[in-house]
Ligand binder design. Structure first.
Ligand code: PNS
Length: 165
């Protein structure tokens, strides 16, 4: 039996916490599809193609069983279309739990055949979030511990283009 999982998120941009979850999930599943949500309601710092390209760069060493794709609509439909029986999400702290529980229960109602699995974020990345990394970078702080090197570089370049955060 082939175990396929999707790892959905906004990834604006991918952090070391996301990458840690992707790396560990890649060891648990036969195929892992990282799904980057194209949400027209949000105005991301990186557009959908940039986010997909950055993640591909970051996960290049994880193996050919890891794919990165943009998606829109429901995560469970994305999972179904990819033949995935699992959704992977990272949990950092108790504060993540409530929203994640609500999402997992909603997704189970919509697609009972798709199970949500949680990986606890590594201790050293428990504080890391995309939005905080963007804020720190915006004010000139060092984000090298929070972001993979290609992402930190892309963020510095984007912020030097002018204020968009
Ligand atoms: O990185 P994020 O912003 O925490 O990811 C949230 C995401 C993309 C997983 C969630 O917003 C989502 O699944 N959106 C797609 C729409 C959907 O399926 N909504 C119902 C799930 S409760």
């Amino acid at each position: 039996m082939t175990r396929v999982a999707v790892f959905p998120g906004s990834f604006d941009p991918m952090t070391n916490a996301h990458l840690d979850v992707a790396r560990r999930a890649s060891g648990l599943f036969d195929r892992l599809v990282i799904g980057v949500l194209n949400n027209p309601k949000k105005r991301p710092l990186f557009d959908i193609d940039e986010r997909v390209a950055l993640i591909r760069d970051c996960v290049a060493d994880l193996g050919s069983h890891v794919a990165v794709e943009a998606f829109d609509g429901l995560t469970v439909e994305f999972a179904r279309h990819r033949g995935a029986g699992f959704i992977v999400r990272g949990l950092r702290a108790v504060s993540d739990f409530e929203a994640e529980l609500q999402m997992a229960l909603t997704n189970r109602k919509l697609a009972p055949e798709v199970d949500t699995t949680f990986l606890m974020t590594a201790l050293e990345y428990g504080y890391v979030s995309s939005s905080l990394a963007k804020e720190v970078a915006q004010f000139g702080g060092d984000v090298s511990a929070m972001l993979p090197a290609p992402v930190a570089k892309a963020l510095a370049e984007r912020l030097s283009d002018g204020p968009r955060v």
